[in-house]
Design a protein around this ligand. Structure first.
Ligand code: UGA
Length: 431
């Protein structure tokens, strides 16, 4: 059955959720508090880059509206989706003020059938929202936790073809309603209670972050012993109990999810009197990863003071314009702190009017950024970098030194071009 849905929050998750629910045939109104964002969306302009999203929004305009007005969004809605952000507070707890601001708006919406929270929240949030709804006389309105497991850059396809749709509820009718809302989605719906659904989200991201830190630690051991992490990880990953995904060594994870969620889960455990030591190590390994590789460059160049370094790639991963918690920011800031001159390139990152970027020079092409450089560090594995004419790059650089922080390029080929080619967890190649 097709439903009428109000989605609160027009960020990455809200826009993708709204567009995908409209694609599934539901009537959706997406509400945001930022006027420019709604204006842009009304003009058919999508403020974030997500493959397939522009097209999906364009083909569902009949069923998809955008508004600044919360009451307008809720007026005809049967279901409200909460997709607002929950940034960390000073204590590391999630700031739930935006979530509860939405719940406040709903207090007179007795016509609703269910409230569904997609925002990442600590365990126990659902129970608090349930109590707030009950206090407002909305005991008949169902509640569901429906965490998202979509990755940026493939959010639309992850929504439509998920590994699982997790629906946490306290009552069967709401479970059925939210499950049915996903009719047409190609993946299993897993029903559970609300706290379990809330923890599943944090637990899934902790598991993935742990895999990345494990492979990064193994890579460091590889560097110390002459082994090659790409060969080691590929062979380890053939065991289906381990799996080959998220086994790429690099400069560590960034983005809006893993750093925030791993810290949030650690804080949740600490707040409950449990020191989550494994997660603490996962976070520490990740933080060390960027610094450790800047240090490698420093040793190789005999100091970074007044050295010209090209930083290739700024976004936290390719295929997105997202700079949140990008390793590139730490790398650029560290290089500047060592007195280096930093020249950057990225095909999608929006202009950054904050430090460290304001102290760096941005270039249109990788070759421009490489001109006169003493070294280059590949921070994001943009496919464009595999297409660079490295022979030409060798000719324009002052010193032929590359630190490939994502193991994007082929060591013998790079050595063949005359580079000293360092990477993560692989032996250094030279001519
Ligand atoms: C991540 C999860 O993959 C999603 O399942 C989850 O829904 C989402 O967080 C979320 O909580 O909202 P995302 O942050 O978009 O998605 O990006 P990923 O593709 O998972 O990459 C995260 C970081 O890990 C990137 O910086 C990437 O470079 C790094 N990474 C990933 C590695 O260093 N090695 C790998 O093998 C894989």
């Amino acid at each position: 059955m097709k439903r009428t849905v109000a989605v609160f929050g027009a960020g990455y998750i809200g826009l993708v959720t709204g567009a995908c629910l409209a694609e599934l045939g539901h009537t959706v109104t997406v509400r945001d508090i930022v006027p420019e964002r709604i204006q842009q969306l009304d003009q058919g302009d999508v403020p974030i880059y997500e493959p397939g999203l522009v097209e999906m929004i364009a083909r569902n305009t009949e069923r998809l509206a955008f508004t600044l007005d919360a009451n307008e969004a809720v007026r005809d809605a049967e279901i409200v989706y909460v997709c607002v952000d929950t940034p960390p507070t000073a204590s590391g707890d999630a700031d739930l003020s935006r979530v509860f601001a939405v719940i406040d708006v709903l207090k007179s919406a007795s016509h609703l059938t269910a409230v569904v929270v997609k925002s990442t929240v600590p365990v126990g949030t659902g129970a608090r929202i349930r109590a707030a709804l009950d206090d407002a006389g909305l005991g008949h309105v169902g509640y569901a936790a429906n965490p998202e497991f979509t990755a940026e850059g493939k959010a639309v396809s992850d929504f439509m073809h998920p590994d699982r749709v997790v629906v946490g509820t306290w009552e069967d009718a709401t479970a059925k309603l939210v499950a049915e809302l996903h009719d047409g989605v190609d993946g299993p719906v897993v029903l559970m209670d609300v706290p379990s659904a809330e923890l599943t989200k944090l637990g899934a991201n902790a598991a993935l972050a742990t895999k990345i830190s494990l492979v990064n630690e193994l890579a460091t051991v590889c560097e110390a012993t002459g082994a090659d992490i790409t060969q080691v990880a590929a062979a380890i990953g053939l065991d289906p109990r381990i799996g080959s995904h998220f086994m790429k060594a690099g400069l560590g994870y960034g983005g809006s999810c893993f750093p925030k969620d791993s810290r949030a889960l650690r804080a949740l455990a600490s707040n409950n009197g449990y020191p989550f030591q494994l997660l603490t190590s996962v976070i520490e390994v990740n933080e060390l990863q960027t610094r450790r590789h800047v240090q490698r460059l420093k040793v190789e160049l005999d100091g970074l003071y007044r050295k010209k370094i090209a930083v290739l790639g700024m976004t936290f991963k390719p295929g997105t314009d997202d700079m949140r918690e990008a390793p590139s920011a730490i790398i650029a800031a560290r290089l500047l702190a060592e007195g280096a001159e930093v020249h950057c390139w990225d095909p999608m990152a929006k202009a950054q009017a904050v430090e460290p970027w304001t102290s760096t020079t941005r270039h249109e092409t990788p070759l421009e950024a490489l001109g006169g450089a003493d070294a280059a560090i590949i921070v994001t594995e943009w496919p464009e970098l595999a297409q660079v004419s490295w022979a030409e790059a060798h000719a324009v650089m002052r010193r032929p030194l590359i630190l490939d922080g994502r193991n994007l390029l082929d060591p013998p080929t790079m050595a063949g071009h005359g580079f000293t080619y360092m990477s993560v967890g692989r032996p250094t190649s030279t001519v």
